[in-house]
Design a protein around this ligand. Structure first.
Ligand code: F6R
Length: 640
């Protein structure tokens, strides 16, 4: 149902809420924290309270970290702050590590000087019969505090704000609601499986949120790009609750580049401003036009350009025919069956250099299966074409192995030892410890060290199996076990000096002509981004070294998302047999098959996701008028 709301903002662009885009979430969080800190200080000067509406989840964490820093290092006091949290799971105990009460204490309240009587979080243990009254009182408390001065929001992938799921009414107030399937599956990681995620929650209503004097909604990462576009550029509709914010006179969205990726000003910037027609911009526009008109590039006409806001390209190039040919050729030149360069060929229009014919190649794989999932076909070709291919597994990937799978291995070792009368007190102890730990393990509890070790070993064996299947020797496999990852929980440490040192020394040892790394920043736990940051920091440290002049860095995606077609600089086609072979390579990762620990909302297995993405890339090339392949892997070159 469309809701008739008069938008009071004078925005004429596609965006109906002011959006500020930052390159990185960190920078954005500092800015937003500063705005809130200014409000707190102003209220202090006025001798009154600052009333904040707060959210939980991964999005606001850096804001809270900045509050703690401001408190510790700059003396910002929270004595005059009154907080109301948006929501809480129901039922849940405040002691439970998944509760929002626990989250708020851990991430903020325990580290600042706020008075405990001044923070309010809906009680996840209130009796069902009292909930209605409890929710009314929550509303009264907000009003009694003078209303919310500043409301911080995240956004769910289904557009929820607070836990106002799709379908929530604009006049809703604090209440008990039923959680949506997407919300529950996004929370599954924290609860060790969707079955453990509560089905209900208490949440402030849309009206409660819209009554705040100022609202800032934050969003980070590619995963939020779709919903940000709908909330900002789409109609006000109850199925996208965040779109109600269009009706609020003092709301801002603060997003990073990735979350802004689908806004018209990013997707088709020529529609919102004057652009400089660089090669990249021209390619982007022509591909966009072909897709919008549902035509291959070579069939686009002058009319198509004129009618779709691209007449300035015609002015620049003359006719559609001239632009079409140019862009068609650019795209054609991205396709190569020789990802390591074609020996003895003229490489002027090829993505890779011909020389040296045999290259040293280093593939970085953040988790033990990203190499084969994201670039299995290319990995195989590089090996078959005689290059010296190395793979570096950056993390152990140990948190993604199911407990019963790990215990099966521990038991196997015990039985094996028994059968052959091998006396191994250590193996015996690991068996006893893991057994007793698993008997009483609570949902979400980090594993004991031994179990983590076993899980890491399982993934190491699977990675080795893939490498042997592809055909690279064992000595070319490098397990980096980067320390940042080894927290035992989904939450990782930031990249540190130790991690960077390990990466640097491997690159220096191999002196690669080509590096492949995951640029797949939609990974829900952020590990891929940290792994890439580590590589970039390592390469920056050694960029002055001689061999680095000949070192090209290629980024792949695949497990979670694919590059936009206009960004692709190398597309490696795959035959039907190669697609099957890649599938078998992915099958080597048995612990990641048949329902994985971190399935996310995508129910497909990794081999299915990879295959469908690779097929979609090939289909898109074909739709644009290029040759028809079974599948394609895609890469973007990172220029230092
Ligand atoms: C949390 C809340 C939710 C989250 C949203 C985004 O208090 O109300 O609306 O803001 O689900 O969650 P993250 O930040 O984990 O992506």
């Amino acid at each position: 149902m469309l809701i008739d709301i008069q938008i009071s903002h004078p925005f004429t662009s596609f965006e109906k809420i002011p959006v500020t885009i930052f390159e990185e979430a960190q920078e954005a969080c500092i800015k937003v924290a500063e705005e809130i800190a200014d409000l707190i200080r102003l209220k202090q000067q006025q001798g009154s309270n600052a009333v904040l509406g707060l959210s939980t989840g991964s999005t606001p964490k850096k804001i809270y970290a900045e509050f703690i820093r401001l408190h510790r290092q700059e003396g910002l006091s929270f004595k005059n702050v009154i907080c109301f949290n948006l929501d809480e799971y129901f039922p849940i105990s405040g002691e439970s590590i998944q509760s929002y009460k626990y989250f708020m204490k851990e991430n903020l309240f325990n580290h600042i000087d706020i008075e405990p009587k001044n923070y309010h979080i809906p009680d996840g243990q209130i009796g069902l019969e009292n909930i209605k009254q409890y929710c009314e009182e929550y509303e009264h408390k907000i009003q009694a505090a003078g209303g919310i001065d500043f409301q911080l929001l995240g956004i769910g992938r289904n557009g929820h704000i607070g836990f106002n799921e799709p379908g929530s009414h604009i006049s809703s107030s604090t209440r008990l609601i039923t959680l949506d399937r997407i919300t529950r599956s996004d929370a599954a990681v924290d609860f060790s499986g969707i079955a453990n995620v509560p089905r209900k929650a208490i949440t402030m209503g849309i009206n409660t949120i819209l009554s705040a004097k100022r609202i800032v909604l934050l969003a980070w990462g590619e995963r939020k790009a779709d919903i940000i576009k709908m909330a900002v550029e789409g109609p006000v509709i109850e199925f996208v609750p965040a779109s109600y914010l269009q009706a609020h006179p003092n709301t801002s969205l603060v997003v990073d580049d990735a979350a802004a990726g689908l806004l018209t000003r990013k997707k088709a910037p020529w529609l919102t401003e004057d652009v400089e027609w660089t090669k990249q911009m021209t390619k982007k526009a022509v591909i966009w036009l072909a897709i919008s008109c549902n035509k291959p590039i070579l069939k686009l006409t002058n009319n198509d350009y004129n009618e779709n806001g691209l007449s300035s390209l015609l002015v620049l190039h003359g006719t559609a025919y001239d632009i079409n040919i140019k862009v068609f050729n650019w795209l054609q030149h991205t396709i190569t069956g020789w990802p390591g360069g074609k020996p003895d060929a003229d490489h002027t229009n090829r993505p890779e250099r011909a020389e040296p014919a045999k290259k040293r190649i280093l593939i970085f794989s953040p988790h033990p299966d990203d190499d084969i999932i994201s670039m299995g076909g290319t990995f195989q070709r590089l090996t078959d074409q005689g290059h010296e291919v190395h793979v570096a597994y950056q993390t152990s990937g140990n948190i993604a192995v199911a407990d019963d799978e790990a215990f099966r291995f521990v038991e196997f070792v015990k039985d094996f030892n028994q059968q052959f009368q091998i006396n191994s007190p250590d193996a015996e102890k690991i068996f006893i410890d893991t057994d007793s730990f698993l008997q009483q393990k609570k949902s979400g509890e980090p594993d004991i060290q031994e179990l983590r070790f076993v899980k890491g070993l399982i993934r190491k064996g699977e990675a080795r199996n893939t490498c042997r299947f592809v055909g690279i020797p064992d000595e070319n496999i490098h397990y980096l076990n980067l320390p940042f990852y080894e927290t035992g929980t989904v939450e990782k440490k930031p990249i540190g000096e130790d991690d960077i040192k390990i990466i640097t020394s491997l690159v220096q040892q191999i002196k690669p002509h080509q590096i492949f790394a995951a640029g797949d920043l939609a990974d829900p736990h952020g590990t891929h981004k940290v792994c890439l940051d580590g590589i970039l920091a390592a390469l920056a440290n050694i960029k002055h070294l001689d061999f680095m002049k000949d070192c090209w860095l290629w980024l792949y995606k695949g497990a979670w998302a694919e590059w936009d077609i206009d960004a692709i600089e190398m597309a490696v086609p795959m035959s039907p047999e190669q697609v099957l072979r890649k599938r078998y390579g992915i099958f080597k990762h048995q612990s990641q098959k048949d329902g994985v620990v971190f399935q996310g909302t995508d129910n497909r297995e990794f081999w299915q996701r990879a295959e469908e993405r690779n097929r979609a890339t090939a289909e898109l090339y074909n739709k644009l008028g290029l040759a028809e392949y079974e599948a394609m892997e895609a890469f973007v070159r990172w220029r230092f």
